[in-house]
Ligand binder design. Structure first.
Ligand SMILES: [Zn+2]
Length: 380
């Protein structure tokens, strides 16, 4: 029995001693014995059986690691460790789980986490079936604050102060009659440029000629620049609920009385719904501010409406069956970001936080199998 050295190509003969190891899988603990080959020249040892059997280098085998990943992407590591042992009878420390997470994170690149173009085309094909109009594909972007902490330079150094950083989220989905059809999600604590890059990569997966693209976002400028660059023909829509929030804010500052407040909000939103942005701006300019704060907020709202005036024509959007709100991205933010990232007392290193976000996106995009396959490949 021989084995060929993967580095120098020499034929190695089997070492005399048998190597034993104990592995743990769902089926419990198993002691195995397998031959060992060693290349003196390259100073490298081989256990070809491990490869043939797809054994993980760790004691805990891939089936357990995968099950752990399903848990620790949902709940904190310590809690995941508890549940894991209760369900499987096999102990797995939270430290071990963090280790698995970090290694999986290295395998979770955008190409793996995002679905393939083929898959995206299949989803669109299915949704467009029997319809006269091309389906509306919403590209929504939004930010969510994640609690982060700086990496300590040394063990003795005190932990730096925590800081909230923005996880920039991107979601694409099809708007159906009753429900929305998920296409992809990508969330990362990243710079604007990195967000733009991810968005452009995601855009290459979309057959734009087969859908009508709607770009949905709040007032943030960075977001529109990148959305437009990735989808030059997309229809821009200012998120109705975000717009509504801004109007509410001014109403609270301007009108002390509840009825007055509600009346003004209703009238204003009705006008905006009809795309009458200019008349709303005109009305705001004529207002005599109730306070300095109200004056400042009125000024800001005018600027906001002016900048986004082309994105507020909700009635015409409705005629085209475009959505007016990005309830979709907000629920994705909640689901992907808040649920796991915003736990009391949890402050993330950016690297670990981004790993967690990528793994959660992979589960949401149903691409976790691809990530896991790459993880195994990278370790051979
Ligand atoms: Zn060798």
């Amino acid at each position: 029995m021989t084995h060929v050295c993967e580095e120098c190509g020499r034929t190695l003969s089997r070492q005399r001693q048998i190597h034993r190891r104990t592995i743990e899988s769902r089926h419990g603990e198993i002691a195995i014995e397998r031959p060992y080959f060693y290349c003196r020249h390259c100073q490298r040892g081989y256990h070809p059986f491990d490869q043939a059997l797809e054994l993980a280098p760790e004691r805990k085998q891939y089936d357990l690691q995968r099950a752990a990943a399903e848990l620790f992407t949902e709940v904190p590591f310590a809690r995941a460790s508890q549940i894991f042992e209760r369900l499987t009878g096999i102990p797995m420390t939270d430290h071990c789980m963090q280790d698995v997470a970090a290694k999986l994170g290295e395998a979770a690149d955008p190409v793996r986490v995002l679905p393939s173009r083929q898959r995206v085309e299949a989803i669109i094909e299915h949704a467009g079936n029997g319809r006269v109009w091309r389906p509306v594909l919403v590209v929504a972007a939004d930010g969510a604050a994640v609690p982060t902490r700086p990496e300590a330079q040394s063990r003795s150094e005190k932990r730096g102060a925590g800081e909230w950083k923005e996880a920039k989220g991107l979601r694409m989905y099809l708007v159906g009659q009753e429900r929305i059809e998920q296409i992809l999600s990508w969330h990362q604590i990243a710079t604007e440029e990195e967000f733009g890059e991810a968005l452009r990569l995601a855009a290459t997966l979309i057959p734009v000629e087969r859908v009508r693209v709607a770009l949905l976002g709040d007032g943030a400028k960075w977001l529109w620049t990148h959305l437009q660059a990735a989808f030059p023909t997309g229809k821009e829509i200012l998120d109705y609920y975000h717009c509504c929030e801004r109007v509410h804010h001014v109403a609270h500052l301007q009108y002390p009385e509840q009825n007055q407040q509600a009346g003004w909000i209703e009238a204003t939103m009705a006008r905006l719904n009809f795309g009458e942005v200019a008349s709303v701006i005109w009305g705001l300019q004529r207002m005599s501010p109730a306070s300095l704060e109200a004056e400042e907020e009125i000024r800001k709202l005018i600027g906001y409406l002016h900048t986004n005036s082309q994105r507020i024509n909700y009635r015409s959007f409705k005629r085209g069956q475009y959505p007016r709100g990005s309830g979709g991205i907000e629920s994705a933010n909640k689901f992907i970001c808040h649920v796991r990232m915003k736990r009391s007392g949890a402050w993330w290193y950016v690297l670990n936080g981004n790993t967690m976000l990528r793994l959660r996106c992979a589960f949401y995009n149903e691409t976790f199998d691809e990530v896991f396959a790459r993880y195994k490949r990278l370790r051979k």
